[in-house]
Design a protein around this ligand. Structure first.
Ligand code: DOR
Ligand code: ZN
Length: 327
């Protein structure tokens, strides 16, 4: 038995419409709160959309779960951000074209600076999909100089490098006090070999793509030890026909297995006592959060992950997990 106090998933895609109603209950079941990404169609670029989306999420899950809302990065005025500030946890920046529904993000990172300066002044964190144009395995590395430049130019702007996948990305955390990172479950478990090394596995395809074993090792060390690295699943459901297609959508639906699989990994690494820090405490410290208290109990009782949840194949489908969320 293992109690986790107010587990937080600091990066989720809850989608819209029927998909929202299907997937959001899994995040709400296991987490006290979650940071909700704004890459909808159309993207969430106004306070009115933030409030509407928040209502839709609460309708799908009930009130015991707190959605922590984000705005999709564009050029915002000071007045817009000031008005939105009480309702958002941060602004998420997607470089144009880097992933699902990111086309409306900035193509030239210099254009972002004016809005970043306002965010710094107003104390609004920047969450960033850290990939630049280039060879797919190098995209995170190519973007790190931009992160460095922003961390140095805007020292009071809190920057979260979302779903960090490389050792170099992790190492950057030690160079800037204002830089943080989320780490997904799947990047702690797989490398590119699992995606492409044998049969091609569309349900393991995501952006950024999983990297090399040494990168995964660095992510594991950070998940266990780094005070500025915390959990963000990047759970990103797509319908089966979008995944098992000649052009496969990027995204792994990990919400149903996130907490149990993390417990299994931390146990295997002899670090179950550090799960609380990774899935809650460090995120609270980074964001200055005080989540509504909620105890989630994990039991060491085996179960088999279903092959299908509605129209979506969950991460680790068909596999046996040692831990499950009680009740
Ligand atoms: O694999 C991904 N899927 N990475 C992202 O950054 C976005 C996400 C999605 O929205 O499907
Ligand atoms: Zn994401």
């Amino acid at each position: 038995m293992l109690n986790v106090h107010s587990p937080l998933d600091m990066h989720v895609h809850l989608r819209q419409g029927d998909m929202l109603n299907l997937v959001a209950p899994y995040t709400a079941r296991d987490f006290a709160a979650a940071v909700v990404m704004p890459n909808l169609t159309p993207p969430v670029t106004s306070l009115a959309q933030v409030l509407d989306y928040r209502q839709a999420i609460l309708r799908a899950v009930g009130e015991s779960f707190t959605p922590l809302m984000t705005l999709f990065f564009r050029a915002y005025s000071r007045a817009e951000l000031l008005e939105a500030r009480p309702h958002i946890i941060g602004v998420k920046l997607y470089p144009a074209g880097m992933t699902t529904n990111s086309e409306d993000g900035p193509a030239d990172m210099d254009e972002a600076r004016a809005t970043l300066a306002i965010m710094e002044e107003l104390g609004i964190p920047l969450l960033v999909h850290g990939e630049g144009c280039g060879f797919v395995m190098d995209r995170e590395a190519l973007f790190l100089p931009v992160v460095e430049d922003w961390a140095r130019s805007f020292p009071r702007l809190r920057i979260v490098l979302e779903h960090v996948t490389t050792r170099a990305g992790v190492e950057l955390l030690d160079r800037f006090d204002n830089l943080f990172a989320t780490i997904t479950l799947h990047h702690l478990l797989i490398t590119l070999d699992d995606v492409l090394g044998g049969l091609m596995r569309p349900h393991l395809f995501c952006k950024p793509v999983a990297k090399r074993p040494e990168d995964r090792d660095a992510l594991r060390r950070a998940a266990l030890n780094h005070p500025k690295a915390f959990f963000g699943s990047d759970t990103a459901p797509h319908p089966l026909e979008a995944k098992e297609a000649s052009g496969c959508a990027a995204g792994i639906f990990s919400a149903p297995v996130a907490l149990p699989a993390l417990a299994g990994l931390f146990e295997e690494l002899g670090a179950l006592d550090r799960l609380q820090a990774f899935v809650s405490d460090r995120a609270c410290a980074a964001y200055g959060l005080t989540p509504i208290p909620r105890q989630v109990r994990l039991e060491r009782r085996a179960w088999i992950v279903p092959e299908r949840i509605g129209c979506v194949t969950p991460y680790l489908a068909g596999q046996t997990l040692a831990w499950q969320v009680a009740g």
